[in-house]
Design a protein around this ligand. Structure first.
Ligand code: GTP
Ligand code: MG
Length: 149
């Protein structure tokens, strides 16, 4: 795999599965620890879910996005809400795409998850993954490294 030039920044609610997705993309062993602060790892910037849930942190997310080439909004397929306001992705200076995680979960509801994430991400690619079964993980890694090259 070619090392990308730019970074992807992961955002999404607490427990959305951001860090677990990061670990799956790098082939690390699960589980992930709770993210307490911005974490830079190779070509990924992981953020604490609190930054997505609390508007007090939006400025920090915006500032950090200048170090990234792509915004990845992570939405849990079992979640009944999305923390982000309408059109949130459009406020960033970089392109955005979405990932719906936990496809393997018995309570996953893809139709609901898609309509929730489309509020914050009206356009842009939308991927479905499971970090447990690794569904779409290799394909997503290929896609991200291609987009960031
Ligand atoms: N079934 C299933 N569970 C998952 C998946 N991805 C993450 N989880 C679980 O969801 C919980 C939260 O995962 P994290 O990756 O820590 O979530 P996060 O978005 O990084 O959370 P913060 O760091 O608090 O913002 C953990 O218990 C994971 O094991 C998945 O694909 N399938
Ligand atoms: Mg985390």
């Amino acid at each position: 795999m070619m090392k990308p030039k730019k970074r992807v920044m992961l955002i999404g609610s607490v427990d959305a599965g951001k860090s677990t997705l990061l670990q799956a993309l790098f082939g690390d062993e699960l589980p992930a620890r709770k993210t307490q602060s911005l974490e830079y790892r190779d070509w990924i910037i992981d953020t604490p879910g609190e930054y997505t849930e609390n508007p007090m942190y939006y400025r920090s997310l915006m500032a950090t996005s200048f170090e990234a080439g792509l915004l990845l909004i992570v939405q849990d397929a079992t979640a009944r809400h999305i923390a982000l306001p309408p059109g949130f992705a459009g406020g960033f200076p970089i392109p955005a795409m979405g990932v719906i995680t936990k496809l393997d979960h018995p309570h996953a509801d893809l139709t609901r998850a898609e309509s929730l994430i489309r509020v914050a991400l009206p356009e842009g690619e939308l991927w479905h993954t499971s970090s447990m079964t690794k569904h779409n993980i290799d394909a997503l890694r290929e896609r991200l490294t291609f987009l960031l090259r």
